[in-house]
Design a protein around this ligand. Sequence first.
Ligand SMILES: C[S@@+](CC[C@H](N)C(=O)[O-])C[C@H]1O[C@@H](n2cnc3c(N)ncnc32)[C@H](O)[C@@H]1O
Length: 236
Amino acid sequence: MDLQDLIVRTRIIDFIRVLDLKVFRYALRREFFLRGLPYAERTYFLATQDPGRYCAFGLAIRRITQEEVPGAFAEVGVYLGSSSKVIHRLAPDRKMYLFDTFEGFPADDLKGWEHKCGVDWSPETFKSSVELVKRNLGDTRNVLFRKGYFPDTAKGLEDERFAFVNLDVDLYAPTLSGLEFFYPRMNRGGYIFVHDYNNPEADRGVSQAVDLFFKDKSERIVEVPDAGGTVVVRRI
Ligand SMILES: C[S@@+](CC[C@H](N)C(=O)[O-])C[C@H]1O[C@@H](n2cnc3c(N)ncnc32)[C@H](O)[C@@H]1O
């Protein structure tokens, strides 16, 4: 699939979602998790694939702003930039790091897990590019791309501090290295979201990494009832 096909595919999916107005209006009235958000944000979140997930981001970012938690934002696992766009749109003045190979899953991380994945993890499926993500984001002010293998791409950021991190890398190894890198660099009150915790893919590699990491920490995970089985931790 080339770049143009990918662009067309994301546009068509977005268009179908927005057209589904009946579902959209019903959900807007009904969903309690939306009620704390301004109207523009509520409608925007509902037009996305996983409103539960994005509303959890929205409420967290609103709290970070209200409580003036300092620090940069980051996402590890960007793919086409769908979640990056929502996060950046809510806090366009924050520095935001986007980490991805932009060439799909690294072969070394997949070794031993590929047969347990249950989805097509070939590099072709998750092919993206910095250029494509820039186009999808629209506004790229304060966005810093870190292309390549994570955690190698975190080199040089040892003194950075964070307020919001979204880890969405699907596999055991990068989830664990993401927690190891970001946790000690989170400011008090900062949020770490981890996607796919309650997702059986890849032999539950994400939940294995999260459970191992938080075994000896003071914080506890909170499960988010979204489509992706997210968990969130707030730094004490
Ligand atoms: C499920 S996709 C991310 C989806 C995106 N957050 C969204 O919601 O639209 C997972 C991404 O993680 C990236 N990834 C996985 N392991 C990585 C690693 N060790 N270093 C860099 N990128 C990695 C893959 O290239 C892929 O684009």
